[in-house]
Design a protein around this ligand. Structure first.
Ligand code: GLU
Length: 289
């Protein structure tokens, strides 16, 4: 059975993958299989400082050990060459140009630290997941319009004032976010010449004709931002399905600090992927292991 469903798994090779990543990718694979569609593998290796080939290779090996299979995007998976974002710069640059010409971008010289600092100011009513870029720092509309290259500056997307972003998530149902309340003007291009995640992911999901994006719930607000990019580029957004995040028994999100839960370590400790994939009570299973 084949269908037009196209999903993707898109790890960032900045460290070894842990069980939380693997479970999200497993769900992505199951959804593609249930729909009789294709799954794409894409390396999100944009950041030359933080991404390493060693981790990218380890991710493929570890996910295969876990049981994940895909049809497109690595030498292992079908006829297609690996999809590596680091090799797709022109595509991202082209999107930067389109967005800039559409008048939704501006150059910005504030650092992440500046924004974090400003967001701590006491007048903020809502606690956002990430610091909101202050409206008062926005340049007048039109600034940066003459640029032909991003150059050595950051570029932000000017979000429409108080626009509500509504979408139906495949697992969570109706979701609603409001610009300038839940998130502010966000980065699309970095001054070191690297496209930001929000831009690259939209460009690639569209270029690869992805019909459903399956990823962790921590990226829900990113989905709202990305829908603005889809609209500004005149592209139809895919469906979205956000998976629950794995937490440890103290309620903490799994992160790279949980070294013992990296797929590498689990494999070295001879855990069985079948047990790790399905068990609801995964943590106690590990402690016994
Ligand atoms: N590369 C991102 C990550 O590893 C996932 C991006 C996405 O699924 O949209 O967190």
């Amino acid at each position: 059975m084949t269908s037009s469903y196209r999903g993707r798994i898109a790890p960032t090779p900045t460290g070894y993958l842990h069980l939380g990543h693997a479970r999200t990718f497993w769900i992505a694979m199951e959804r593609a299989q249930e729909a009789g569609g294709q799954l794409i593998y894409r390396e999100e290796d944009l950041d030359p400082q933080r991404c390493k080939r060693e981790y990218a290779d380890a991710a493929i090996e570890d996910l295969r050990w876990f049981g994940c299979r895909w049809q497109e995007g690595t030498d292992l998976g079908g006829p297609h060459a690996p999809y590596r974002q680091s090799e797709r710069h022109e595509l991202f640059l082209d999107a930067w140009r389109k967005l800039k010409n559409a008048g939704v971008l501006y150059p910005c010289d504030k650092s992440r630290k500046d924004v974090a600092h400003a967001a701590q100011a006491p007048h903020r009513e809502n606690e956002a997941a990430e610091p909101i870029y202050p409206e008062t720092w926005r340049p007048p509309v039109g600034v940066g319009q003459e640029a032909t290259e991003p150059g050595a500056t950051n570029w932000r997307f000017r979000v429409p004032d108080h626009r509500k972003i509504l979408f139906d998530d495949g697992r969570l149902g109706p979701c609603e976010f409001e610009c300038l309340r839940d998130f502010g003007d966000f980065l699309v291009w970095r001054k070191d010449g690297v496209p930001a995640y929000e831009l690259a992911v939209v460009v690639d999901d569209a270029a690869m004709a992805v019909t459903e994006v399956v990823r962790g719930e921590d990226l829900l607000i990113s989905t709202a931002r990305q829908r603005l990019i889809y609209a500004a580029l005149g592209l139809e957004p895919p469906e979205f399905y956000h998976t629950p995040l794995m937490v440890d028994p103290s309620g903490q999100r799994l992160a790279k600090r949980h070294r013992s839960l990296s797929l590498r370590e689990l494999r070295a400790a001879e855990h069985r992927p079948e047990a790790l994939r399905q068990s609801e009570d995964w943590w106690s299973g590990l402690e016994d292991g």
